[in-house]
Design a protein around this ligand. Sequence first.
Ligand SMILES: [Zn+2]
Length: 374
Amino acid sequence: MSRPGQLPPLMETRKVLAAARPPAGEGPPTREVLRGLRELRPPVSVLVGVALMALMPLGLLVLSLWLLAATWTGPDGVFLSLVKTVLFSGTLFLLSALSWRGVKRALHSGDYQQGFFVARLATVVCGVIGAFLLWYVYGDGNPQEPSMLAPFVVLAVAWLPVLPLQARAAREWPSRVLLRGGPAVRGVRELAMLLEARTHTCGRPLPVQGMTPVADSGAQGWAWNGPCPACGVGVVQVFSLRAADAADPADPWAWGRPGSAPALGGGDLLYLADRFDVLAGGDPATWSVEQLENARTLLIGSVQATGELLALVPQGKAAVPLMKRFGRPVQLVGDPEQFTRVRLEQRLGERRSRLQAVQAELVRRGQAPAALPC
Ligand SMILES: [Zn+2]
């Protein structure tokens, strides 16, 4: 057991891993990468660089399987074999999977840094081993052995992909596939909601008005490249417009075509629907015009998010499927009924009548707001 205030060895390993910046988050799925390959052929220099990058996850996988076979054909008992499997084969397999994810991102969205995760890790590990070997041979006067070259060979192979990626076509590839690196939304409205639900790490959303329209060779979209207005930390984020699902341009309030797949998951929509429903129990007759107009905008968001969430319940089913509840994490101790059709229909009715009450009050005061979009 480690004493308080002292990190156990596992934590030290995690620190080394974190320093090598492993690819964070999910994806892209292999079928997405294959679709991308069919749509836009990468330059030869990128293909060569990525093929060289793939040597690392492949090598780790082979090593993991070889260790697994050696462990279970060896003299150790079942318990020790299990421990060795988890410690050695398991760790190598996980590293291989992480590394493979980085390689796919390097190819698909031109994010080469992600593909060099194992190379960074190997630099830390082999750097220490190499320094020790240099001391062992030249400092301590021990004889050299051919196997001592291994860490230097691993380092050279790990960083070899840097060479083909220096080609002009390879340096241009990231800007040609820029928008593949981010989520695809169905329009500005969904982009605004996505930013609101998936806030920056400081907890504040990036403003949709600050997004710059951008285009790459396959799509149009938006980008944010600069400091977060709330905390000042630099942020690079891209969002592409999924044209096939995009909303009718004549209907500025629409989210997307009916039945299209939103970038927002059930977790996001539930959060947004609750967050904008801030006026439960209030009396619109006592509010100022400014308060009423603010409430109207928020309630439109709440009604639309509730409607979108309800649309995720499949025909004939009673609740939003677990698979579609992704996005902003849902509290486990939350209301167990919150994703059911019955509850959502009830909420939609309540929110719609609150919105209509606000609208009616604005009309009564002669403010004549536009017709409700929902
Ligand atoms: Zn921030």
